[in-house]
Design a binder for this molecule. Sequence first.
Ligand code: ADP
Ligand code: ASP
Ligand code: MG
Length: 433
Amino acid sequence: MAPPHTSVDAPHQQGSLAGRMALVVQKFGGTSMGSIERIKNAAARTVAAHLEGHRVVVIVSAMAGETNRLLRLAREVTAVPDAREMDALAATGEQVSSALMAIAIHAQGHRARSFLGHQMKVLTDSAFTKARIKAIDASKVQEALAAGEIVVVAGFQGVDEQGNITTLGRGGSDTSAVAVAAALGADVCEIFTDVDGVYTTDPNVCPTARKIDKISYEEMLELASLGAKVLQIRSVEMAMKYGVPVHVRSSFSSAPGTLVTHEGDLEQVVVTGVAYDKSEARVMLVGVRDQPGVVATIFSALAEHNVSVDMIIQNVSVDARDPGAPVPHTDVTFTVAKSDLTRVRSVIDEIGRDVGAADVRFDEDIAKVSIVGLGMRSHAGVAAKMFRILAEHGINIQAISTSEIKVSCLVATKYTELAVRALHEAFLDGGSS
Ligand code: ADP
Ligand code: ASP
Ligand code: MG
């Protein structure tokens, strides 16, 4: 994307924009746009920033529940709707909210202009329903800002080289906001949502979750990729790449939120947060040939069908073990997004045949719980403690994956909340681990 963010005077302390003219990107999520009253409230915040002398660009999500409603409509027509048309449909949610936002700003006596993805333009690849932004042409926005207008941009949507409408994946307005902030070299990208910042875990699941004042891009990236949907993962990747300071805060209060930036809190805890993700399903190929090339065949075929795989486990199969067999057999288990499952089902039989699988099993009743923290790099025994806590609560671990700064365990869905609370209590309650 060009041009990259080059600002050197980013607000490393909250509130440091006061007293100077800045370029501020504000993003309002679905709940913050959930009713006309709330849109008026969001507009008032934007107008307040404008009156402080800042140049303001607002990115909006569809009104709460609207994207789900639209996607449901298509699925009422057919189980596998065409991806291009799904994007044409889903993008209408943000068309409505961006126009309403501009109208609300007008009603408060200020000038505003709304832009859809193709109007500004947000150029993406053609991966419908999960397109990636390639470039943003900020010239129209610059012109409108120079004319003293507040700019409203429909989040979540873009346009490909052929002029097709695309969308950026669920939660994609966060990415629209950071991308616009990067392209404009904004001083800050404020993400207004229904919680007042990034918490040590989902505050709607764990009552003792604490707000984090400052978190590093790296940790936020892990938390987002492991299910903390407060920020879409690509928005964090992009913020990190272009050095955009992101401030996550509440639409409903003026409390300072969480600053996502290069450095996290100075207090170095081992575990920064606990995340969970119920959006994956497990697929098991039972009794495939245990020989070179088999795993490559399976995952190449999935990649060709644009299916992203998360956890992968290969183990010696008990039910396929046959001492007399000419080739040994193994089980290959992996997780994919539930939303990709229809596509997996349509190709898995062929893949299974190619690798001699005796059976294919699907399990949608799984969740991934994870602990994340930069401090894990220098501490031994963190994973062992996590496994012990889960065991003490009678929770069976079905798969494990680790990196330098995270440990994830796959468990049955019904244990998700219990696991999150137990891990939070063990690693984060009391302020340190
Ligand atoms: P928006 O509609 O504003 O984009 P989202 O629903 O996408 O809001 O994201 C906010 C939600 O993210 C919160 O309501 C909360 O339930 C959830 N969440 C999950 N993990 C966290 C976390 N660690 N910190 C804050 N919120 C979290
Ligand atoms: N409206 C889209 C969604 O619900 C994008 C967003 O809200 O960020 O996923
Ligand atoms: Mg969101």
